[in-house]
Ligand binder design. Structure first.
Ligand SMILES: O=C(O)CCC(=O)C(=O)O
Length: 322
């Protein structure tokens, strides 16, 4: 993705208003009222410390092992973040729900702190939604195009969720830290399109005008985090540094609510990705039961609303419902 020549602001200490009360990593994180207000207004929040250096090393080790093994490839959970699968060299490999391959990921202070922060921002009812890991090798592939996470969800539901993005090494402007359009969380969902007009590519990008000149860059120390809302426009540039950029992302939310009005996401309707085909095949061959078991084990079907949502999504995935 091209990076236009813009003078972008970098979130420094002052813009971070946001500094967790907790300064020494490894302890429970508690947000201040000021931080909560900043998140609600701006749609993002940076915290310098979510977890300790020891845990960062442990989580990094677990995820690096998974990337080396291409964990989840058969079930469509190992895929390129941006491009279509099947290229000789993957642009930005990602693993969807890495907790399926190591339950340790959810037994960390990192997870507990992320959960606590999510509860403070969305309420005590909030639950784990999914996790993800993204690896950007040095000088390979594209950045992550500007997008709103809601564009990747089901058009028939309203999502009340947030994402917590934890870098597992310091992330700089050069290595492709996340960048946000402040306040875009309060706007409408924008039109999106598949990158390069290719429905086989996994990523979509915002295809209508937005205030790109307002972008704020968020460099972050290892074990810190940036948090964003489902409508916050965000992305990152390519990793131009000499080291890999590995991130662990956790999403939390309230049960998605069915929408009364009909919405169609044209960019989603046209998708024909190889990863989705692998996932459908895996589900048909019994993976649906594995998925159900994982959801039960994680307590993800804790309410009628959520069980109904998951059932509808499952039927869609196996091609029984659109
Ligand atoms: O890591 C990246 O470049 C993109 C991450 C992202 O878009 C997200 O976590 O929602």
């Amino acid at each position: 993705m091209q990076t236009p020549n813009l003078s972008l602001s970098v979130a420094g200490e002052s813009a971070l208003v946001a500094r967790a009360k907790q300064e020494s990593a490894g302890k429970t994180v508690e947000l201040t009222g000021e931080q909560i207000k900043f998140y609600e207004e701006q749609g993002y929040l940076c915290l310098n410390a979510l977890t300790s250096a020891e845990e960062v090393a442990e989580i990094k080790g677990l995820l690096e092992e998974m990337f080396a093994k291409k964990a989840g490839e058969k079930e469509g959970a190992f895929l390129d973040l941006v491009a279509a699968d099947g290229k000789a060299q993957m642009s930005s490999p990602q693993i969807f729900n890495p907790n399926n391959y190591s339950s340790r990921l959810h037994k960390t202070q990192c997870f507990q702190n992320a959960y606590r922060v999510a509860k403070q921002l969305l309420g005590e009812e909030v639950r784990f939604f999914f996790d993800l890991s993204i690896l950007k090798q040095p000088k390979i592939g594209a950045g992550t195009p500007w997008h709103q996470d809601e564009a990747y969800r089901d058009a028939n539901f309203e999502y009340r969720e947030l994402s917590i993005w934890v870098p597992l090494q310091d992330v700089t402007v050069e290595s492709g830290c996340l960048r946000y359009i402040p306040g875009s969380n309060k706007g409408a969902l924008k039109e999106h399109r598949s990158v390069n007009g290719d429905p086989k590519a996994h990523a979509v990008y915002v295809s209508e005008p937005f205030e790109e000149e307002k972008a704020v860059l968020c460099p972050m120390p290892a074990g810190g985090c940036v948090i964003h809302a489902p409508r916050t426009i965000h992305g990152s540039t390519r990793n131009e540094s000499a080291t890999p950029r590995l991130a662990y992302i956790m999403a939390f939310g309230l049960p998605p609510k069915p929408l009364k009005e009909k919405r169609v996401f044209s960019w989603a309707a046209e998708k024909q990705t190889a990863a989705a085909a692998r996932n459908r095949e895996w589900m048909r061959r019994g993976g649906a039961f594995v998925m159900l078991w994982r959801k039960l084990r994680r307590g993800e079907l804790w309410s009628w609303e959520l069980a109904t949502y998951n059932a509808k999504r499952l039927l869609q995935k196996v091609g029984v419902r659109r």
